[in-house]
Design a protein around this ligand. Structure first.
Ligand code: AMP
Ligand code: MG
Length: 729
């Protein structure tokens, strides 16, 4: 048997939400693994516990690790009970029943009503008893002594051998485990449905090498060891989870757990369940004593769930922009591929509430914590019934009293041949698998009448048909859009691990530049057009724009601006001065101080793209010419920045359209023409190709991309149009 990599012990509770501050009688869990000891975790309610367990199991399964999860509530009832309720001896069928019929929320649940309902299906008055609600439930005795003529023994075989255990029939009150068994089996039933073949329940199922094994435990077996281990002010529930987890871990490393898991009487295996370690108590106690002794440091309880620590990704490599020697003109695709291969996410990772994460890039896969839908339900307003009892003729089904509505489940069962009013979103009650649309029915005299035959399961939604718990809902690198918030919220994903937004610094260079409200002192001065454009692009792409201002063609000033930029931004876009001419101070400076790589890209418009690292921060030296700066930003800076921000590498999504223009193009470089679609869906291009024509950028609604090869384009030829929208603007 493969040993367990992780052992988790959970102390369950049937109480309502216990609040944010750690309290006793709440749910507690402790994990033992290679890195023990670990602090017990406070789980304020069962919903939180289920999410925590789902996350733990999912993480471990995906890491190829094996988990033993122990829970301190009965996994079964005295022999015969499951069969009396479900018709099956298999207690896991009863788990499914609870998973579907226990409606549990942090503030209230229907466990007393459910116990009453089960009692009603059995002879006598009982076996469940205790009603904490003010309203009497006729089928649920308030006192143990009120029970009459019920036929079940008080204890299971295991409990009879473990003095001090409580009876599973008592649904509330001090020390009762009835509520814990019911709420616990309901949650574990849902986890079983979510993890399917990866999860097995001991001792009912063969556990062989299943990734997750659930087992029933009873920490009180270690009463003395727990007492000895308890720290000052430590909550007992917390202490016992960590001591039992540590003891099992110790036992596994000393002698293995095979014997512990094998030693189960037949009735325990088939019907009632068993307490892990019951037949090996002295060995388990010895392991606990040893585990406590070897604990290296005093154990200080720290009860909050650890927030995910902020992770800082590694810096970029110094040679990330290097181009092999001797490359004269770099094709666009080669340049893009180099950027893709050599850049990676540079932003720290943080955890955010899902509702605050719009526009962020996921740093980890977001996993479904719940199935959608969590239970089979009705897709329309109508009448529900069992398909098996219908025929091809006109159907006349007696209509039951009551109804099932969204949020208001029908607790009873619908007998075969009867129908129940059911509304959209309502959970399908027991006995219902098919729903007929209300418009197709006539109702009267206590009957629902409609034409057969009806297709089985029509107008219903299967549990998990959209997504199963544990599935990857959205992959790491995905940028969250509004519909993604709907998906994650529906799947119970309340927080996500995301990258902090990329800070994009924008710097303009050139002696000729001024910025409003400054007034020109002469016609040699022009207004800085690139900076607002590039800051605007950064914002449209979901980054944080950082205005680094403009500086003249002075190496000292440019260096100072870059120094500031390297602390205030994660990436810097400069424009101007990036060629190899006399006044090209940006490239000159980057050559001496920033490991400049000047890429001569075979593209029009565009000149060399100056790429460098300034104090480890990537700098994109874009051309000064606004049209060239714009196109280079869309083609190169955008995918590179998305990648640096933690996103997937993205190419714009273009489509083929007929050309409405004539153009002759030489081989050897790619061309981007400012274009828009005519009313009949053809691409027209701006009349002048002049790269100083800023108005062309506003006139256009996208770019036409002409391939690297030579091309003779005449009207009607198919060209690739890339709308601005495909560049995220
Ligand atoms: P450069 O790349 O510095 O040689 O500049 C090329 C052309 O773009 C020149 O005509 C510059 O005046 C112009 N230019 C440079 N930066 C800007 C800017 N921020 N806004 C508008 N035009 C600019
Ligand atoms: Mg210049």
């Amino acid at each position: 048997m493969r040993p367990f990599d992780t052992i988790v012990i959970v102390d369950w509770s049937s109480g309502n939400d216990r609040g944010a501050t750690p309290k006793k009688d709440a749910i507690w869990a402790a994990v033992a693994s290679q890195d023990m000891p670990q602090d017990p975790v406070y789980l304020r309610n069962r919903q939180v516990a289920q999410v925590w367990l789902t996350e733990l199991f999912t993480r471990e399964i995906r890491a190829g690790r094996r988990v033993l999860a122990g829970f301190d509530f009965p996994f079964g009832y005295p022999a015969g009970f499951a069969q009396a309720i479900t018709g099956h001896t298999d207690p896991l069928v009863l788990w499914d029943h609870f998973a579907h019929h226990l409606y549990d929320s942090p503030g209230k649940n229907n466990r007393f009503a459910l116990a009453a309902q089960l009692n009603a299906r059995l002879p006598g008055h009982g076996p469940f008893w205790f009603n904490a609600l003010p309203t009497p439930l006729p089928d649920l005795p308030r006192k143990k002594s009120d029970r009459r003529g019920q036929m079940w023994p008080e204890f299971r075989l295991a409990e009879a051998q473990a003095p001090g255990t409580f009876s599973c029939w008592q649904m509330g009150g001090a020390g009762s485990v009835g509520g814990q068994a019911m709420t616990g089996q309901a949650v574990l039933g849902q986890l079983r449905a979510a993890f399917r073949a990866d999860l097995r329940v001991w001792p009912f199922e063969p556990i062989t090498d299943a990734a997750v094994v659930l087992a029933e435990v009873w920490p009180s077996l270690l009463r003395d060891q727990i007492k000895a281990a308890s720290r000052k002010d430590e909550i007992k529930d917390a202490c016992q989870t960590r001591v039992l987890a540590a003891a099992l871990w110790q036992m596994q490393s000393d002698v293995g757990l095979a014997q512990l898991l094998d030693d189960v009487p037949e009735l325990g295996k088939t019907q009632e369940g068993w307490l892990l370690g019951l037949a090996q108590t002295s060995a388990l106690r010895a392991a606990a004593t040893k585990a406590i002794r070897v604990q290296p440091t005093p154990f200080l309880p720290k009860y909050e769930i650890q927030p995910m620590s902020t992770l800082i990704p590694p810096r970029l490599r110094n040679d990330c922009f290097a181009m092999p020697q001797g490359v004269a003109w770099v094709p666009v695709d080669v340049a893009l591929e180099r950027l893709r291969a050599n850049l990676h996410a540079v932003c720290p990772i943080e955890t955010l509430p899902t509702s605050k994460a719009l526009g962020r890039f996921l740093a980890q896969d977001a996993l479904a914590l719940r199935a959608n839908p969590p239970a089979a339900n009705a897709a329309v307003d109508g009448y529900g019934f069992a398909h098996a009892a219908t025929t091809a003729d006109v159907q006349r089904l007696p209509l039951l009293a009551g109804r099932a509505a969204a949020g208001q489940p029908f607790l009873g069962a619908v007998p075969s041949g009867a129908a129940l009013r059911i509304l959209t979103g309502a959970i399908l009650p027991d006995g219902v698998d098919t729903v007929v649309l209300e418009e197709d029915c006539a109702v009267g005299d206590g009957l629902v009448v409609f034409d057969g035959p009806v297709k089985a399961r029509i107008n219903t939604r299967r549990a998990g048909e959209d997504m199963q718990a544990g599935q990857i809902a959205l992959p790491a690198g995905h940028q969250l859009r509004a519909p993604d918030l709907a998906l994650l919220s529906a799947l119970g994903v309340a927080q996500v691990s995301v990258f902090r937004p990329l800070r994009v610094g924008v710097l303009s260079t050139g002696d000729e530049l001024i910025t409003a409200p400054a007034l020109p002192t002469g016609s040699h001065q022009i207004y800085d057009a690139n900076r607002p454009m590039l800051l605007g692009l950064a914002q449209s792409w979901g980054f944080t724009p950082v205005d680094l201002g403009h500086v003249g063609d002075d190496p000292t000033l440019i260096a100072a601006a870059l120094d500031h930029g390297a602390t205030a931004a994660d990436v810097i876009l400069t424009s101007g001065g990036a060629s190899a001419g006399d006044e090209d101070h940006v490239s000159a400076l980057l050559r001496t101080r920033g490991q400049l790589s000047s890429w001569r890209i075979a593209m029009k418009p565009g000149r060399p793209l100056a790429l460098a690292l300034w104090d480890g921060v990537p700098v994109f030296g874009l051309p000064g010419n606004p049209v060239a700066a714009f196109v280079c930003a869309l083609i190169f800076a955008r995918p590179a920045c998305l990648h640096l921000a933690g996103g997937h590498w993205q190419a714009p999504n273009g489509f083929q359209v007929p050309a409405a223009f004539t153009k002759s193009k030489k081989a050897g470089r790619r061309e981007y023409l400012r274009a828009r679609l005519t009313e009949d869906g053809r691409a027209e291009v701006f009349a002048s190709e002049g790269s100083g024509r800023i108005s062309s950028l506003s006139w256009a609604e996208g770019l036409v991309e002409l391939p690297d090869a030579a091309a003779e384009i005449t009207p009607g030829d198919v060209v690739r149009f890339l709308p601005y929208g495909s560049f995220g603007i």
